[in-house]
Design a protein around this ligand. Sequence first.
Ligand code: BG6
Length: 490
Amino acid sequence: MPESKDNCIFVIFGGTGDLTKRKLIPALYNLFIEDRLSKNLMIVSIGRRDYTNEYYIELMERAVRQFSEDTFSAEKWEVFKERICYNQFDFSSDFDGYRLLDRFLRSLDEKHDTKGNRIFYLAVPPDAFETIIENLKKFRMIENTASWERVMVEKPFGSNLETAQNLNENISKNLPEDKIFRIDHYLGKEMIQNIMAIRFGNSIFEPLWNHHYIDNIQIISMETIGVENRGAYYESTGILKDMLQNHILQMLALISMEPPINMEPESIRDEKVKAIRSLRLFNHQSARENIVLGQYGKGKEMKAYREEENVSSDSKVPTFIALKACIDNFRWGGVPFYIKVGKSLNDKCTKIVVQFKKLPGINNYREFDHTKPNILVIRIQPSEGIFFQINAKKPGNEFLINNVELDYCQKSKYSSNSTKAYERLILEAIRNNSSLFTRWDELQYSWKYIESIEESTSDFELSYPNYSAGSQGPDQASLLISRDGNKWWT
Ligand code: BG6
């Protein structure tokens, strides 16, 4: 991972929230102790709670001990904790709080030479984004020309196309696009970044990366956990907005886009947008044939979705989706992209599976009758790696063909709960590298796609729950793919 030694203040709105405890402070701690950040970095956490600085630091210490267990060192913490300040005010109504915040940040600039550089991280619900940005602008915290300011925002960005558009319009009145860093933590994952390396760094893949040679692509993301304590949030998002609109479509864009003209952020994002725009939208008929929705019911010692805290007892929110997507361009015409993603399933894994076409059967090559298709699997998590299936002769006197697996397992030092993705994203935002963040037009087209799924499935007669927690999902998901003579690579 690179480093960024720019002096700056990292301001967190939502400083007492879960994300700050689980990811942001542990990630900043790791970057700091690995010497990837300037020693002059300052962190200002803003929250409504009436905590003293000491108490806040104590809470953060507990969080780092828990969520960064492997790297925690009491000695290093003593140095790091000096960088943290807690600032209490209600960012939704206390406008004087912004004035005081500005004054406080300037005083830190003087003491710590942070040069007016700021990252504002909005770890707050999206309905607070506008107010915060408006006030940052009003109190002149995002217009210092001699220094830099960037605003990082968490997902979800809007709740549908219209709200996302409104939000974007309002935000962009006060903040230019190049200062907005919209987070999709999947873009910070090691193997997601590896997709471009695998595609564009290997002459055995790139020439074959099209409908002539690829039979189908699968994007699979399964979780064993349910919605845990996030019932209220999940009721307003469901699997479509929680996973598909962002993480899954980002993976799909990277695996299917045209080669960018160079590796500059805008060039990469231009190609991702084109891929997302080329997704064929659904109508009622195509949705019935190509989309399966699900919601988990009770499993062995596992709760049903409707029994989760803050979830309605007759909720119609899906926790699972399987679909067959089509990308309407010359590269991918006719290649199905199967997507399967859900909660409370029997496995925790995220992977992209590229299945190549089989060679045509040749009458007088009987020995080759049982060859398997070549398969490339990019394993995102929990183990990171690349798996490639080829055909080769079985050792021995007879000429028999066998499939052989080339399995490269990247030594994955990090658990899937690690803060590595956040570390990378924070670092890249400080370095002003926006390629790992989503641009507005990517989001806009992904919302269009999600909207077409929502509208076209609105007449589905669903009887939820339709899969048990801990199972492989609804049976119809297997039918969706087997109908085409394929199977999920799970
Ligand atoms: C988050 C979703 O964005 O991604 C969660 O809100 C989901 O519901 C999580 O569990 C999955 O992330 P990861 O990194 O564990 O695959």
